[in-house]
Write a protein that binds this ligand. Structure first.
Ligand code: HEM
Length: 532
């Protein structure tokens, strides 16, 4: 390892790194001289239960697999660092954004969403872009995707959505493809998916490389500065190599020839010393402008158009080190939207709020209990001290008599901190308990139209071809019809072109529900988010 690339996280990992130097032993350190022959009663007799080496070897093997992630099961990851271009202390108390002298180690995992752990890389799908910053104030996870919007507005729909996306339960077909009745059935019945379905049918869904993929935090988050002032923020990652996609025909051929295409490309480029880089950008909205838009900032199916709020570049991410062990690091890493540091807070986006529950919950199962933060890749470089004790696979040996607060007996319990602490933004919240989303969440088509209008003619051709290919695979004509009826509200020409390709009657002229977004600054513009 090049010493220039050693950082605090890399040094901390030394403790866990294991190089095989022999001789062979059992897990308890007893030397072994034969691992080919079980202990038997005579050369042809039964195997003896007392053969502790054979039992341990086979038992451990039997337990090697853990559940794969319920979504984003297939991924590839690398370590690197993040350095801000300038200090952002006027906006946020986050130390890792306080100035160019602060270099923060990171671990970044890219993934597909729908396929299982062994599926192919170049499928039509959203890609995950999850960044763990090992900051001096604790771990901060920015768990984003390569598309700036999401399929649903409220996390309560996520289990339904994922059940529709995953292979059908009776025969587990189709694996990792967008071409099936259940996904299109869900999309047609939930019009809020329309904007994201446009992105999914665009070339963005078949990235050429993880190195040439944008990333987005998707939700509106909140920066909070040391004085407690909040600013809404959307996060963007822009690849320095530019944004490039495959075309669908290439993507399909590569699936057969090299299912590891994106994963291999990431690994090889880092081994060659061609380190992938992204620029972090932020879109900032003052608290007082919360309601200044014709969409809701809390709605994850919407972007903030860049011509309304430009993206300000604030720092650079470089990936420069491959993991030592796929399972230990890439598989066991646990990202969580609720892993925040002082200076970064949530908003009331109902999708984000559900995520803040879901990740920890699933990791308790996937990683076997409450101590998965002890796994080397997950450990912060910031010091950890608390009164949480015991549980499966406890790796710490806590000393002292007590583990509670308040405490006058003493004996090893940490005192409360008085500086550098996390303080939640003091947002005023009031309202009736309701199961009804505000009106401001109800325009599902304007930004889908905006996206379509932003595409070049060849990008539109690809998009229409993708709709025809994927929707055309639906056996249920009712599902195809409903989806085409949805597309009428995006663009009548698009709906007609898709209808022709999927064998349903074209929609009647004027059948669109008017969703009325007509800001001249937004319409027709070929915005940067649309370019590949
Ligand atoms: C995993 C992104 C919405 C539940 C992931 C991962 C990413 C991601 C990147 C993979 C993390 C990794 O590499 O380990 C997103 C984005 C969303 C979104 C950008 C919307 C803006 C949701 C919602 C839920 C959810 C609404 C649930 C209510 C999960 C779960 C995992 C996951 C359970 C597996 C985590 C694990 O096993 O460690 N998501 N997700 N996601 N996501 Fe999401």
């Amino acid at each position: 390892m090049n010493n220039d690339r050693r950082d605090a996280k890399d040094r901390a990992l030394d403790e866990a790194r294991t190089d095989s130097e022999g001789p062979l032993t059992t897990e308890t350190g007893v030397r072994v001289d034969d691992t080919d022959n079980s202990l038997t009663a005579g050369g042809r007799g039964p195997t003896l239960l007392e053969d502790f080496h054979a039992r341990e070897k086979i038992t451990h093997f039997d337990h090697e697999r853990i559940p794969e992630r319920v979504v984003h099961a297939r991924g590839a990851a690398a370590y690197g660092s993040f350095r801000p271009y300038e200090g952002l202390s006027d906006l946020t108390a986050a130390h890792f954004l306080s100035g160019p002298d602060v270099v923060t180690p990171v671990f970044v995992r890219f993934s597909t969403v729908a396929g299982s752990r062994g599926s192919a890389d170049t499928v039509r799908d959203v890609r995950g872009f999850a960044v763990k910053f090992y900051t001096e104030q604790g771990n901060y996870d920015l768990v984003g995707n390569n598309m700036p919007v999401f399929f649903i507005q409220d996390g309560i729909k996520f289990p339904d959505f994922v059940h529709a996306v995953k292979p059908e339960p009776h025969n587990e077909i189709p694996q990792a493809q967008s071409a099936h009745d259940t996904l299109w059935d869900f999309a047609g019945l939930q019009p809020e998916t329309t904007h994201m379905m446009m992105w999914l049918m665009s070339d963005r869904a078949v990235p050429r490389s993880y190195r040439t993929m944008q990333g987005f935090g998707v939700h509106t988050f909140r920066f909070v500065n040391a004085q407690g002032r909040g600013t809404f923020v959307k996060f963007h990652w822009k690849p320095l190599l530019g944004t490039h996609s495959l075309v669908w025909d290439e993507a399909q051929r590569i699936q057969g020839k090299d299912p590891d295409f994106n994963r291999r490309d990431l690994w090889d480029s880092i081994e060659r010393g061609q380190f992938p880089e992204w620029e972090l950008g932020v879109q900032l909205v003052p608290e007082e402008d919360e309601h200044a838009f014709d969409f809701d900032l809390l709605d994850a199916t919407k972007i903030i158009p860049e011509e309304e709020v430009p993206v300000r570049p604030v720092g650079r991410l470089t990936l420069n080190r491959n993991p030592d062990n796929f399972f230990a690091e890439t598989e066991q890493v646990a990202f969580h939207t609720a892993n925040v540091v002082p200076g970064i807070d949530f908003t009331n986006d109902p999708l984000l709020q559900a995520r803040n529950f879901s990740y920890l919950d699933t990791q308790l199962l996937r990683l076997g209990g409450p101590n998965f933060q002890h796994i080397p890749v997950n450990r912060p470089v910031a010091p950890v001290d608390h009164n949480q004790r015991d549980g499966f696979s406890q790796h710490r040996v806590h000393r002292g008599r007590t583990a509670y607060y308040p405490n006058s007996v003493g004996g090893g319990c940490p005192a409360l901190a008085d500086e550098g602490v996390y303080r939640h933004y003091t947002e005023k919240v009031e309202g009736h308990k309701v199961r009804e989303r505000a009106e401001s969440f109800k325009d599902h088509y304007s930004q889908a139209t905006l996206f379509y209008n932003s595409l070049a003619s060849w990008e539109r051709e690809h998009l229409v071809a993708a709709f025809r290919f994927e929707l055309g695979k639906c056996e249920d004509v009712g599902v195809r019809r409903r989806m085409v009826a949805n597309l009428v509200n995006v663009d009548a020409g698009l709906a007609r072109a898709v209808a022709e390709g999927v064998g349903v009657e074209p929609p009647e002229e004027g059948s669109a529900r008017n969703h009325g977004r007509s800001s001249p600054a937004l319409s027709q513009a070929r915005t940067t988010f649309g370019s590949v």
